[in-house]
Design a protein around this ligand. Sequence first.
Ligand code: CU
Length: 505
Amino acid sequence: MHMQFPSPRTETATPTTQGESVYFSRSTDNLPEAKPSEEVVLKNGDTYAMTVSAVKKTINGKEIRLLAYNGMLPGPRLRVQQGDEVTILLHNASDIETTLHPHGVRVDNAFDGVADVTQKTIKPGEDFSYKLRFPDAGLFWYHPHVRDDFQQESGLYANIRVEPRSSAKPAKKSAEEYLFIDDISLDANGLTPFFQAFTNYALMGRFGETMMVNWKTDYTLSAQEGEIKRLYITNSANTRTFRLTLPGAKIKLVGSDGGLYERETFVDELTIAPTERYIVDVFFPKAGSYTLLHSTPISQYKLGDVTVSAGSTDAVQQKEFETLHVQSDVTQEMAPLHALVSKSPDKELRLDLDMGMGGMNHQMMMGTDGDKIEWEDTMPGMNRMMTSENTVWKIIDAQTGKANMDIAWTFQQGDLVKIRLYNDPRGAHPMQHPIHFHGQRFVVLSTNGVENTNLVWKDTTLVPSGDTVDLLVEMSNPGTWMAHCHIAEHLHSGMMFEYTVQAKK
Ligand SMILES: [Cu+2]
C-alpha cells in the first residue's frame, strides 16, 4: 500500500503551493514584544475588550513569533464572582481565523466558541461578543477552538478565576500563584512548523523539548519560611501529561477543575493531563531552595525554582495547613452522586485508533515504556509523519458501533448520565486520552471498578491506556455541545463527538 505523507519540513527552504507558504507564518518582522500576564477584575455587567494579535518573544535566545490576547503571554487572567455575567468583546487583529472557548464554564451554548458548531470563526479584522455567565466557582481557562494545536501552542490561553460567592473570608491575594505548565517544540526559526491545511504529529501529539511555566523557562517563586502558597495549576500543553513534584515541600490537594474536593488530602505528586486544573496548598517548612520538577518514570525536567527566605512560621497558619478539611457543602452536594456508583452505565465509549495503514507493523506504533501514560515522544520520526490526513483517532459508541461525529446523543436537561470510557489497550497505538465534555460538569465515579470516595467537579478526566473510567455527567445546560480528547492533535484527527441536551419544557 502506497502512503502519501507530507514532505518533511526543511529549515532552508519554504515549500509553497500556489505562491503561498504551506506553513503558518513564523516571521517576527515588526511585531511588538509580548508582555507578561496581568489580572483583570471584572464586575457583573462589565465589558472587557480583547484583541488577538501576533507578538514576538525571546525564548532560549531565539526570537519567535507567537499569538497573544491583548499582547500578553499568558493572556489576561479574568477574575470574576460566581453568578456574575460579563461581556468579552474579542477583536481579531491576527492573520488567522480564531474563536474563544471559555473552557469548563457552563456558559450559554451560543458563547461556547466552537468553530462551525456554536459560531462561525472570527476572521481577520472581525469581532465577536461573548456574553459569559459563571454559575460555578473554580479555575477555568480560555483558548481558541479552531486549529487548537497551532493557536494554543502559540500562546492563546489564560485563566478565568471564578471566586465563590459564599466565600466568607476573602482569599489572601499575596499567597495565590497561577501556574500554566506547558512545553513547546522549537527549531532554529521558531515554533516547529505547523501546516496550514492539516495537523501534524497526529499520532502522539506535539511534544516540546522546551518546558515553561507562564511562558518562562526560568520560572521562580519566592516564599517565606513557614509560608503557605495556594497554587492554581493549569496544563496548557498540546499533549504532554505532567507529573509535578516539589521535593521538601508539603503539598495539600484542595480543588480541581470546577471547585473543591469533598476532602483535602496530602499528595507527593500531581499528575495533570492537558487542560486539567488542580488547586494545591504548598507549605515550605524551612528556608532554602526548592525545585519544581516534572518527574516521570523515564524522564525528569526542572520547571522552576522556589526560593524560601528565613522567617518565622506562623503557628496558626501551620496548624491550619496540617488540618485536612472536609468541605461539608461539597459532601452534601455529592452524596446523591455517590449513590449511583453501582448503577449500570447508560452509555459506553471505547477509545481507539484507526490507522488506515494496512500492513503497518503494530509493534512500530506502540510506545516502548509499557506505561499507561505516554510521557515522551519515543518515536519522533513516525509521529511527525502522522497527520490529520492519514490518522483517525476514534471514540466509538460500544452500543451502536457509531464513531466520532456519527454518535450524536440526545439527553434531557436534568438527566444524570453514567458514561463508561474504556481506553482499549489492544489498539494500534494505546496511549492516554484526556476526555473533555463541553457545557456540563461531571464527577469520576470509579476507575477500573474502584469507587472514587473523594469527588470533585471536573470537565476533563485522563483515561490512561487500559483503564475503564465511569463518569456521571450532569446534563444541566441545554444546547449542542462537543466532547473530545483534549490532546489537540487527536481532536483534529477526529477524536470528538457532539451531544445535545434538550431544554426542560
Ligand atoms: Cu487523545
